[in-house]
Ligand binder design. Structure first.
Ligand code: IPM
Ligand code: MG
Length: 385
């Protein structure tokens, strides 16, 4: 067989990928711009409804924010800004993960609260565009995905620091079909990309009195990229001698999270993108499911807060959207309030959620008509603030 043409074409695409990534490395190496929220006269919070159950659960967050920040909104210190157009219909029409005009609007906000967005997959009626989440994380350079999971009665108090722009996601939609029989995807690890997530995790641990950080990779097999990730994390760990650092492979860590005797030892985790994606769904399940878990996507300049789950088209198709659980978005809202420096409001909302979700449980969300509606639950949370 003569593969020279196939190889030549693949090499051309590979060269483009390399150039793109090298440019990105230069950009992140030199990026210095950070946002100091305490110095802003006015904080603009962009709210994107998204798709599926997104608009329903985002509306709950919007109401809660409107009430918690009423005075600041009245004084013009905070603006809640609806960002239209991040819907699958719009994205499909533009043929882009995020239409240009929507991206421009997002960049005018300081932080974003985002409902889940539908990611087309093969066989869907939509064109095969990239995930809006993945695109937003990349475009706004939101390098850290911070996902807390807490189950007080089981002694679980975990915070996951998932690297959010690299690994299998960096060029996830740019793999190459070399021939009909051979497909390749790529995994990317960079020095700065790893250093910045590791540092954020260790700083978090230090500031919050956590004394153990677990680095999770598959460096025994994915030797080059996971190997580099592990090496850099270990290097940075040396700057935090008061913190015990251990390393795990993702397969055994996935098992250990169900080991009731061991799992309470874990506190802070650092993981490459894909492992972080998978294990945080597992972890959220102990807390009551992905519908209960919020997530912060943090960059130096921007930050975006969202549920950890998708747009739940099945709930919409079965007419159950109004029974969607707003807790994931409300937990994301807590993280956002804390990020922009409104710690009192964050604590109030967090305490109200704990009361409604774990203690009093006057309304319970089941996702079906035998449980509370999203609106009822949001109302219940507001009464508890
Ligand atoms: C998440 C989601 C996304 C991801 C999807 C929707 C692309 O699963 O935020 O964990 O894989 O990152
Ligand atoms: Mg996920």
């Amino acid at each position: 067989m003569d593969y020279s043409k196939a190889i030549e074409e693949a090499l051309k695409k590979y060269e483009e990928l390399l150039l793109g990534q090298l440019e990105r490395v230069e950009r992140i190496n030199s990026s210095k711009e950070t946002t100091d929220f305490s110095k802003l006269d006015r904080i603009v919070i962009g709210i994107c409804g998204g798709d599926g159950i997104g608009p329903v659960i985002s509306a709950a967050s919007r109401r809660v924010l409107g009430s918690l920040l009423a005075d600041r909104i009245k004084d013009g210190k905070v603006e809640l800004r609806e960002i239209e157009g991040l819907t699958i219909e719009n994205r499909a029409a533009a043929g882009k993960a995020i239409p240009d005009d929507v991206l421009a609007e997002l960049k005018k906000c300081h932080v974003i609260l985002k409902g889940p967005t539908t990611t087309p997959r093969a066989g869907d009626p939509w064109p095969n565009i990239e995930s809006a989440n993945v695109a937003m994380r990349r475009e706004l350079d939101l390098f850290a995905n911070v996902r807390p999971v807490k189950v007080p009665e089981k002694g679980i108090d975990w915070t996951f620091f998932r690297e959010n722009t690299e690994g299998g996601y960096a060029v996830g939609s740019k793999g190459i079909n070399v021939t009909d029989d051979l497909a390749l995807d790529y995994v990317v690890t960079t020095t700065e990309g790893t250093s910045r997530i590791a540092r954020l995790a260790f700083e978090y641990a230090r500031r919050n009195g956590k004394n153990r950080v677990s680095i999770v990779t598959k460096a025994n097999v994915i030797k080059t990229t996971d190997g580099k990730f592990l090496r850099i994390c270990e290097e940075i760990a040396k700057e935090y001698p008061e913190i015990t650092t251990d390393e795990w492979f993702i397969d055994i860590m996935t098992a250990k999270l169900v080991d009731e005797k061991r799992r309470t030892d874990f506190q802070v985790f650092i993981l490459p993108n894909l492992y972080g994606d998978i294990i945080t769904d597992e972890a959220a399940e102990f807390q009551g499911g992905v519908g209960t878990a919020g997530s912060a996507n943090i960059g130096k300049r921007y930050a975006m807060f969202e549920a950890i789950h998708g747009s739940a088209p099945r709930m919409v198709n079965e007419g159950r959207a109004k029974y969607a659980d707003p807790c994931s978005m409300l937990r994301a809202t807590v993280m956002m309030l804390s990020h922009i420096g409104f710690q009192t409001e964050a604590d109030k909302l967090s305490a109200a959620l704990d009361r409604c979700m774990f203690e009093e449980k006057k309304f319970v969300i089941t996702g079906r008509d035998n449980g509370a509606t999203c609106e009822q639950f949001a109302e219940y949370v507001m009464e508890n603030i």
